[in-house]
Write a protein that binds this ligand. Structure first.
Ligand SMILES: NC(=O)c1ccc[n+]([C@@H]2O[C@H](COP(=O)([O-])OP(=O)(O)OC[C@H]3O[C@@H](n4cnc5c(N)ncnc54)[C@H](OP(=O)(O)O)[C@@H]3O)[C@@H](O)[C@H]2O)c1
Length: 342
């Protein structure tokens, strides 16, 4: 084979917002699969907020990417050659094979994708990690009841869009928070949320209060920062807060200025008997079958919709990840790497 592999490695660790210097594009020859291995061609690469955390050398729930190592990432790939039972040439698989155009794999952590169920790249979005995050975080921790008010930030994105739509399916009121009028309009008109409030608007806190006249029963936390400050006074007694992400803090280099809200949060947790529970999607691996069954059904019934934001080519991935952390994506952010051979 004469093709070359492209991969993007972590060249240096960012301080604050990542820059192009933190990434390096490398090329080498396509490797041949050995015994117990298969060769994968990457078709779609997922870009996700957690990647910013992996670029730091700091204690977390997962190991950082090493300097010079391939950037971590989920991808949908086609099997080009296989020396593994259970995987054949032409199979479509999803797994954490990283920012590269080809990968060798021993099959661990890979799942077959059924191309007849939905477009294959949905295995990175609504039918993949972000969709499962929304499903498990909302239903296992948020536990919305009919008539309750569910609020979610980053509401037009991969996780938030699914949270609000499942809340509606469960009979709750869904209120989104998103950046800018275009995203807010999409969340209400296309996704069917009851309202969506622009966190960039000057009257954000007052508009959120007006959209939640009966307070908030479930706040699905994706963002933190100023958005959470507006949410906190509106939480009802016994409100549940799945803490899924804090994207407003991912590029922070110091504690945000302003009053220390920790005493206020602890007082509200006590007096309102709040449930505040952080989670990582793999805490709920046992729910994967239920997730795929329910969300695939809702998708086929048209009760869940999704939007993709696609960039072309591996070399565009650094720019797109930097943009994701600024709120520039509109929908699930994906990199199209190559067409399938069929
Ligand atoms: N716990 C887990 O296992 C798990 C798994 C997957 C994802 N997550 C978390 O879930 C959250 C959403 O992820 P996603 O993949 O669905 O991303 P996404 O919503 O598709 O994209 C990120 C969005 O975050 C919003 N944002 C960025 N900076 C912000 C800021 N400073 N203040 C307010 N909003 C900001 C932007 O939307 P707007 O323009 O609308 O503000 C941006 O488009 C992230 O925090 C992520 O880390 C957690």
């Amino acid at each position: 084979m004469t093709e070359t592999v492209q991969r993007i490695v972590l060249a240096s660790r960012p301080v604050g917002e990542p820059t192009f210097d933190n990434f390096r594009l490398e090329e080498f020859s396509v490797p041949q699969p050995g015994s117990g291995q298969m060769l994968l061609r990457t078709l779609w690469l997922s870009l996700d907020p957690y990647m910013r955390g992996r670029m730091n050398d700091a204690p977390s729930y997962a190991k950082p990417v090493g300097i010079g190592d391939v950037m971590e990432g989920g991808a949908v790939s086609e099997v080009l050659a296989s020396n593994l039972t259970g995987f054949r040439k032409g199979d479509i698989v999803v797994g954490r094979t990283g920012w590269q155009t080809f990968a060798l794999s021993d099959g661990k952590g890979l799942r077959q994708v059924d191309p007849t169920l939905a477009p294959i790249q949905t295995a990175l979005g609504v039918l993949g990690m972000p969709g499962m995050t929304a499903y498990c975080g909302l239903l296992e921790i948020g536990q919305p009841a009919a008539g309750e008010t569910v609020v979610v930030a980053a509401a037009s994105g991969a996780v938030g869009s699914v949270v609000g739509q499942i809340a509606k399916i469960k009979g709750a009121r869904a209120i989104g928070i998103a950046g800018g009028p275009e995203k807010c309009r999409y969340v209400v008109e296309e996704l069917g949320f009851d309202a969506c409030v622009d966190h960039r608007a000057t009257d954000f806190a007052a508009s959120l209060a007006a959209a939640c006249p009966k307070g908030i029963d479930v706040y699905f936390e994706n963002v933190g920062g100023a958005v959470f400050e507006a949410v906190l006074p509106l939480l009802n007694p016994f409100a549940r807060m799945p803490v899924c992400g804090l994207i407003a803090q991912y590029n922070a280099t110091s504690v945000a200025p302003g009053p220390n809200l920790l005493p206020q949060l602890m007082r509200a947790t006590l007096t309102k008997r709040l449930t505040v529970r952080g989670f990582i999607v793999f805490d709920f691996t046992a729910q994967e079958g239920n997730f795929l069954r329910d969300v695939a059904t809702w998708l086929q019934e048209g009760r869940i919709k999704y939007r993709e934001d696609i960039v072309e080519g591996l070399d565009q991935a650094p720019c797109a990840l930097i943009g994701l952390l600024r709120g520039e994506n509109f929908g699930k952010l994906l990199v199209r790497i190559a067409p399938a051979s069929w």
